[in-house]
Each structure stands twice: as structure tokens, then as C-alpha cells.
Design a protein around this ligand. Structure first.
Ligand code: ATP
Length: 329
């Protein structure tokens, strides 16, 4: 068989590890892999990987020593032009011309929406691998990149805590998550933050100020509030302004972690997950599956219809919200 692979949407640590796994699992079973550069944009332009086997083909050597590298050697993109009937038709034609039998898109919910749309114009098999720091897809316990993004944010907050303690300050730390608070909540728990503000919950600046005053009276020298960028109060800067109006007992500072969370060498957890899912995606294609995401739940690889992965909002783990609350006293 001839498999196509691409990375799409925001880059996530572990995309390279997944790519390596796809190439090596395919090669060990005698299949070819065509690397498609720059996500769906590159697919529309037939922009293929150029390595020692010529244009297109990726050999096991071409993915040597990329497992530990962040980002993606294939590059990624966000491409609105793909999400049109004309764009999808152009992409389908490019796949046919390249003789691709099956496509493995590595990305988040937008990438999977695109894969579902593409299937209406293209007859080949499609198996997606979940590569996004958001952990907002249903059908897998974790997405590739989430563990690393949390670890990176926690490392930053550990450093901020030193300053917060020394100067008795409150830091509002903004993390990524436009529609989803998974990254913010896990980061808050792992960094021993006192409060997490997530898009899924109504954030009341006055109630937060009261809670902060309560924590001050309990002798807390410093406070860390993790704010998801998509919080309805408008992120860390806006919340800081509201807190100052609501009589906050600490001097405050805001830090926006921004794109720092996306890069960096993947954690061992993300490397293992990416390797398992890339391999599983290839084996699933060989078994004839299509229209599915390769995920991992309770330690087992599983296939989930692509539509189901983004059909509803992935709820935050309620027990973690309660746990954070209990730990902040
Ligand atoms: P991340 O979780 O990092 O944001 P993502 O995969 O969700 O990653 P998006 O930018 O939302 O990133 O989507 C990637 C690409 O998928 C888009 O640029 C677009 O080309 C395609 N896409 C998204 N939604 C659709 C859709 N409804 N129909 C067709 N294509 C789509």
C-alpha cells in the first residue's frame, strides 16, 4: 500500500514521534509512506517531502532522531481554503495523482473535521492520530502533546512561584485553551495553583477576590491563578483588572505563557503514546479500517469514528476540579 501522512493545525510535541512511528510501522510491513508537507495546504499544492528516496517517499532513515524533537519536520498549517468543496476536490485529486491509498492526518478536532469532509470527495482510507496540546478530543484518554504542554507550563509556574513567594504576590498565568480547560486544569493541579479559571465554568471575579482574601487570612504568602486563554472573563490581563477593582490583597502580575507551551522535546509519556498510535493507525489501515481515529483508552489502543471525537465538548474531569479546591486551603 501507499500511505500519505501529514501534520495539521497547531503543532504539538510528539507529532514527530508519531510520524516516525507511521513510517517505520509501514516500512516494517512493506508499505510506502508519502510525506505531505504543510498540512492540508501542502496537500492541495502536492507539496511532498523530499528525501534520499526522492520526492514524496519517507524511509525509516528519514525519520531518524526526530522522536525527541518538538514541532514537526513536515511543517503544519491552518488552511481555510481546504475547507471548501473546491479545496477538498483539489486535495482529493492530489492524493489520487500521488497514488495514495490511505491518509493519516495527525492533528486536532479541526484536522479531523477536515478529514471527514475530505472523505466525501476521496475514496481512500483515512485514520487520524490525535495530535494537539488541548486534550479536547473524545475517544482517547490523552492526545499527543498534552503531557508535554502541561509539563512545560508547570516548569514555568514553578519558577514564577519562587518570585511570588519572595515578593508575596499573586500571579495570573495564562495558558492555551480557547474552548477547553483541560490544559489549564491539569497544569493548575500539577503546579499547586490555588485557582483555575476555565472556559467550561462561569468565572466570577468578585468571588475569586473573596477567595483570595480568605486564602490571605489563612497565611498564604503567594497565589497562583491559572487562566485558560478562552476564559469568558477575557484571559489573565482582563481578569487582573477586574481583581484589582474587587480589592485584591496581593500585588498582582500577569504572565502569558503563549506559544512556549507548544514547543519542546516531548515527555516520555507523549513519545510512547505517539509511537503506539502511529503504529496502530498503520495496522488499522492494513486491516481495512477507515473514518476512524486511533486512540488509547485505559491502556488499550482503540478506533473511534472521527465524527465522535469532536461531536460534543469533552467534559472536564469533575473530580479534578474538586481536588484542586481541596488542595488550595
Ligand atoms: P489544534 O487543536 O492545535 O487547534 P486543529 O487540528 O484543531 O489543531 P484547526 O486549525 O482547527 O487545527 O484545523 C486544521 C485545519 O483543518 C484547518 O486549517 C482546515 O484546513 C481544516 N478544517 C478545519 N475545520 C474544517 C471543516 N469543518 N471542514 C474542512 N476542513 C476543516
Amino acid at each position: 500500500m501507499r500511505l500519505g501522512v501529514l501534520c495539521s493545525g497547531g503543532d504539538a510535541p510528539g507529532m514527530n514521534a508519531c510520524l516516525r512511528s507511521v513510517v517505520r510501522a509501514a516500512a516494517s510491513d512493506g508499505h510506502d509512506v508519502i510525506g505531505i508537507r504543510r498540512g492540508y495546504e501542502g496537500l492541495m499544492k502536492a507539496d511532498f517531502f523530499d528525501g534520499e528516496l526522492g520526492v514524496g517517499k519517507m524511509s525509516p532513515r528519514s525519520v531518524a532522531h526526530i522522536l525527541e524533537r518538538g514541532g514537526t519536520i513536515l511543517n503544519s498549517s491552518r488552511c481555510p481554503a481546504f475547507a471548501t468543496p473546491e479545496g477538498l476536490k483539489v486535495a482529493a485529486d492530489a492524493l489520487d495523482r500521488a497514488g495514495v491509498d490511505a491518509l493519516i492526518p495527525i492533528g486536532g478536532d479541526g484536522t479531523f473535521r477536515g478529514a471527514v469532509a475530505l472523505a466525501e470527495f476521496w475514496k481512500g482510507q483515512v485514520i487520524g492520530c490525535p495530535g494537539t496540546i488541548d486534550n479536547d478530543l473524545l475517544g482517547t484518554d490523552a492526545t499527543i502533546g498534552f503531557s508535554t504542554a502541561v509539563a512545560t507550563a508547570v516548569d514555568c509556574i514553578d519558577k514564577l512561584r519562587d518570585t511570588a513567594e519572595s515578593h508575596e504576590r499573586l500571579f495570573l498565568v495564562e495558558v492555551m485553551g480557547r474552548h477547553s480547560g483541560h490544559l489549564a486544569l491539569a497544569t493548575a493541579l500539577a503546579a499547586s495553583a490555588e485557582i483555575a479559571c476555565v472556559p467550561e465554568e462561569i468565572v466570577d471575579a468578585v468571588a475569586i477576590a473573596e477567595r483570595v482574601q480568605e486564602l490571605r487570612s489563612l497565611g498564604k504568602q503567594s497565589i497562583i491563578i491559572v487562566v485558560a486563554e478562552g476564559d469568558e472573563q477575557g484571559g489573565a490581563v482582563a481578569l487582573n483588572e477586574k481583581l484589582s477593582l474587587a480589592d485584591c490583597p496581593y500585588a498582582t502580575r500577569t504572565v502569558i505563557l503563549g506559544h512556549i507551551q507548544r514547543g519542546g522535546s516531548p515527555t516520555a509519556e507523549d513519545r510512547v503514546l505517539a509511537t503506539r498510535l502511529g503504529d496502530f493507525a498503520v495496522r488499522s489501515i492494513v486491516d481495512g479500517a477507515t473514518g476512524m481515529m486511533a486512540g488509547e483508552t485505559c491502556g488499550h489502543c482503540c478506533l473511534v469514528p472521527l465524527e465522535d471525537t469532536f461531536s460534543t465538548h469533552r467534559p472536564l474531569p469533575e473530580h479534578q476540579i474538586e481536588l484542586l479546591d481541596r488542595m488550595s486551603c
